[in-house]
Write a protein that binds this ligand. Structure first.
Ligand code: COA
Length: 163
């Protein structure tokens, strides 16, 4: 297993400044990172897989050691397939800690070669989530503090205000 390669997985529906905080800081620690979008057929997101991928690529264009992919099934199996040794996760608060603690233990049982590496979210991002961004945009609020500048207009246009 390659400890130089980490995987940062999520739904990214859409990517937020909080995700970008973790991606940037992780990319400064690990030589290589795959940002992997969970492809969940039973959960229809607001954005298509292609849109999510394109928004991630635009937001991380200045990070040469970061690549992008999508996956389905277990994250532990995806890491095995990619021969990656590290799952990167962000922690925003205690409730994240509870669920992340469980997920890290389960992932390690599913694939004992994996270590989960946590970064504390920067304080300005602890309240950000993709569903909050979607809701603010749907009601015509300003999402610019919560999504990368490159994609703010695209997100706002797609989730046009409810009249
Ligand atoms: N900054 C801002 N927002 C963040 C964040 C951060 N640092 N970290 C998480 N979030 C947000 C996400 O945008 C998401 O928002 P939403 O629920 O409003 O859409 C929410 O917090 C939950 O994020 P996360 O826990 O990362 O969920 P996810 O759906 O994005 O990704 C996977 C979860 C993909 C990592 C997980 O479901 C998985 O591994 N699935 C594969 C199946 C599997 O292996 N299951 C067994 C695991 S034990």
């Amino acid at each position: 297993m390659n400890r130089d390669l980490c995987v940062y997985a999520g739904s990214f529906d859409p990517v937020t400044t909080g995700h970008l905080d973790i991606i940037r800081r992780g990319a400064a620690i690990f030589p290589r990172m795959i940002v992997a979008i969970l492809c969940n057929p039973s959960k229809k997101g607001a954005f298509s897989m292609e849109e999510r991928l394109s928004m991630l690529k635009k937001s991380c264009a200045d990070l040469p050691n970061v690549s992008f992919d999508s996956f389905d099934g277990l994250l532990a199996d995806y890491l095995r397939k990619k021969e990656a040794g590290i799952i990167l996760r962000g922690l925003r608060n205690f409730s994240d800690f509870e669920s992340e603690f469980q997920m890290a233990q389960l992932n390690r049982q599913l694939n004992p070669d994996i270590e989960t590496f946590f970064l504390m979210a920067s304080p300005e991002h602890v309240f950000v989530s993709s569903s909050a961004v979607r809701e603010i945009a749907m009601f015509g609020g300003d999402i610019s503090p919560y999504v990368p500048a490159h994609i703010a207009e695209e997100v706002a246009r797609k989730l046009r205000p409810i009249k």
